[in-house]
Ligand binder design. Structure first.
Ligand SMILES: [Zn+2]
Length: 320
């Protein structure tokens, strides 16, 4: 479940109970101890992998000196509190995503009402809404205990093992997503910002920036300035063709924007556009992400004046 990527950098593959069945966390060994990047979900199977990894490498939780979380999503943040309790180590996050942990994971009852209204107003059938909401409740159990968070300024270098990494703000996948960049070796710990096989989910949420896709495309454009020879992503294999991947992702969103604009031009709710793009074979968990991804693209088009949105009795409808 773990492999060595470079001297003292280990990829620790943790299971996830979803269609996307794993998350890669990274453990970096240094003279003073171990740095961890992302923690996995807090549930039995991933705690087991962490324990086995520590046993095999011959260290204990007390040897962890820092836990760095790329963003607030449950598969990255979930076990950070558990690891902090074991190790006493600081947990570092961007201030934006630290604030989102409060809004998303700690205000559950308000969120259920907010999400329920959002789904309804975007055309999701009532029967499906309750399934989608059940999913959110389940997830909250896998992100506790919450850690005490030390916020990163976003400008600093942090020491992971014995290497220094620049904190690189990459808003888009979440508003406060960060990557960690080691210039000397050209290594980018890319979290969910850059993935080798799938595009990062870019979602419009009630708590998120109103145009997350614009943020994401800006982050991709800025990434060209980094000289990356090896990207260490949170899902999939490590990869070297970073420039090519940046171009592919830009093209993917351009195509998807065109497709959604074409569908919405006939007049459609976000849910209708989502079904046409993603099909109707999605689980309720997958539907949550597909719908908010669709909404992020529609919001981008609307803010550019390429679509307009109107309130039609009980739902928002997009049209040209
Ligand atoms: Zn994520």
């Amino acid at each position: 479940m773990s492999e060595i990527i470079r001297d003292n950098i280990f990829k620790v593959r943790l299971p996830l109970p979803f269609k996307l069945d794993h998350v890669n966390c990274y453990a970096i060994k240094g003279q003073d101890g171990w740095s961890i990047v992302d923690a996995g979900l807090n549930y039995g199977p991933s705690r087991k992998v962490w324990s086995e990894f520590m046993d095999r490498q011959g260290f204990g939780a007390g040897d962890i000196t820092g836990i760095f979380v790329t963003h607030y999503h449950p598969d990255h943040y979930g076990a950070a509190g558990w690891l902090q309790r074991l190790s006493g180590s600081p947990v570092y996050m961007s201030p934006v995503d630290a604030a989102l942990t409060e809004k998303i994971w700690k205000n559950s009852f308000q969120n259920i009402e907010i999400f329920s209204r959002m789904y309804l107003e975007n055309g999701v059938p009532a029967g499906l809404i309750s399934e989608m909401l059940d999913n959110i409740v389940d997830m909250r159990q896998r992100v506790t205990p919450h850690p005490d968070i030390t916020t990163l300024s976003g400008e600093e270098e942090v020491r992971l093992g014995d290497r220094y990494f620049q904190v690189v703000g990459t808003p888009g996948h979440t508003d406060g997503h960060v990557c960690f960049y080691n210039k000397e070796n050209g290594i980018l710990l890319s979290g969910d910002h850059l993935l080798p096989d799938i595009s990062s989910n870019i979602s419009l949420w009630p708590h998120s920036h109103p145009n997350p896709l614009d943020n994401f495309l800006t982050s991709l454009a800025e990434n060209h300035r980094l000289k990356v020879s090896l990207a260490l992503p949170a899902h999939g294999e490590c990869f070297t063709n970073v420039e090519q991947r940046l171009a592919e992702l830009k093209e993917h969103h351009r195509e998807r924007l065109n497709m959604m604009k074409r569908i919405a031009s006939r007049g459609a709710t976000a849910y209708r556009v989502c079904l046409e793009v993603f099909g109707n074979g999605l689980s309720s968990h997958e539907m949550r992400f597909a719908l908010t991804e669709t909404m992020a693209h529609l919001a981008y088009l609307e803010k550019r004046g390429e679509l307009r949105v109107s309130w039609e009795n009980t739902v928002y409808e997009y049209s040209i």
